[in-house]
Design a protein around this ligand. Structure first.
Ligand SMILES: NC(=O)c1ccc[n+]([C@@H]2O[C@H](COP(=O)([O-])OP(=O)(O)OC[C@H]3O[C@@H](n4cnc5c(N)ncnc54)[C@H](O)[C@@H]3O)[C@@H](O)[C@H]2O)c1
Length: 354
């Protein structure tokens, strides 16, 4: 039996049809989980990511709905809460929708879970960006106990913190075994441009830097470098991240936060160069001004605590991860274009790819 075995375990993955959630479900199935219930209203997800397996069932509605919460079985072993209103730009466009699908999902879910005594762990997808220092100078690695500002760039960032606050409250008041996974910038197979419903901005389609760059690079376009690419992130490959989520469920200490980070600072310029090389794109990048909402120019996470306390280390290098993600994108290009095409009226630019 592997040390990540979920044999005999019944689990709930909220947001399990999404990019990270569906990768987690697949890895749980590979590690002998007994039953997986997904709750996902498909707001930013595509059913193609949900594996067809007798052990998996899905409730395709909001976890903030009382009737959905009532269907959660009372014999769960583990829960991962990965639902959010994706992403920063959508939340700026519609803060109320963000509140309803991000903050409220956490509150209502934890209120329901507090009564399920069989639960061994609730793992929450917290965001490293909500905690990171805001700087365009040389950043230092963000540890788990970094001070948290009361001033934030987006409602999304606030919602991610509210999830932590509520989880901490349910831990303190009701003993909910709540663990926080602080995510960095995740990339990898399964992130489908345009997945889900229109969320008010072109970022419904161009949803994150890595899949957007890969798609554009495969079409020989100039990659757009906001602020001249002089920003940096900690990129973690999705297989590493979901392995971390499983380790946190098995070994994380309730009430604690753990960075799931590579600990490596990668500039957006370097990311673009890697992608262009892998996608064989000779077109030079386009230099753009800074995004008006974004003040957190450079950041990366400190992986020390997760390594020392849990033995978690991100293993896939950015070079290898980009290689695998470009290969997956090439293999799934037709489907990705079909998904993007749903938004063609709102993003006429899509026409040229079809
Ligand atoms: N991808 C990243 O780089 C990153 C970074 C930091 C934090 N996170 C967090 O990780 C989690 C997963 O992110 P992802 O990249 O897989 O995004 P995603 O958009 O693919 O997944 C979020 C899922 O939540 C679902 N959802 C939204 N509202 C819901 C509701 N009311 N009820 C049930 N389901 C609902 C969506 O349909 C989607 O499947 C999110 O909580 C996100 O905030 C991600």
């Amino acid at each position: 039996m592997s040390d990540l075995s979920f044999k005999g375990q019944k689990v709930l993955v909220v947001g399990g049809a999404g990019f990270v959630g569906s990768n987690l479900v697949k890895m749980l199935l590979a590690n002998d989980v007994e039953r997986v219930l997904i709750i996902d209203n498909l707001l930013s997800a595509d059913m193609v990511n949900v594996p067809s397996d007798d052990r998996v069932s899905i409730i395709p509605y909001s976890v903030a709905d009382e009737r959905v919460l009532a269907q959660i079985p009372n014999d769960l072993d583990y829960v991962w809460h990965l639902a959010c209103y994706h992403g920063n730009q959508s939340s700026i466009h519609d803060p109320i929708a963000d509140h309803d699908n991000n903050t409220v999902t956490s509150l209502r879910l934890f209120e329901r879970l507090k009564d399920i005594k069989s639960i061994k762990k609730v793992v929450y997808a917290a965001a490293g960006c909500a905690v990171a220092e805001k700087t365009f100078d040389a950043p230092s690695a963000t540890p788990e106990d970094a001070p948290i500002s009361l001033f934030h760039d987006s409602p999304y960032s606030l919602s991610k913190l509210f999830g932590e606050f509520y989880g901490n409250y349910y831990y303190t008041r009701h003993g909910l075994p709540f663990v926080k996974a602080r995510f960095q910038n995740i990339y990898g197979p399964g992130e489908i441009l345009g997945a889900g419903h229109w969320r008010g901005t072109v970022h419904t389609v161009w949803r994150n830097v890595t899949p957007t760059f890969i798609f554009r690079s495969l079409h020989q376009e100039a990659l757009p470098l906001d602020n001249g690419g002089d920003a940096s992130r900690d990129f973690i490959f999705v297989d590493d991240l979901v392995r971390g989520l499983m380790i946190l469920a098995l070994r994380g200490e309730p009430s604690e936060a753990y960075n799931l980070a590579s600990g490596v600072e990668t500039s957006i310029l370097h990311l673009a160069e890697l992608i262009n090389k892998e996608a064989q794109n000779p077109t030079p990048a386009a230099i753009n001004p800074k995004r008006d909402w974004d003040t957190s120019g450079k950041r990366f996470g400190d992986p020390t605590k997760s390594r020392e306390k849990l033995g978690f280390v991100a293993e896939v290098s950015i070079e290898e991860g980009i290689k695998r993600t470009v290969a997956w994108t090439k293999d799934n290009l037709d489907y990705i274009k079909k998904t993007m095409a749903k938004h063609i009226k709102m993003v006429p630019e899509i026409e040229k790819y079809l």
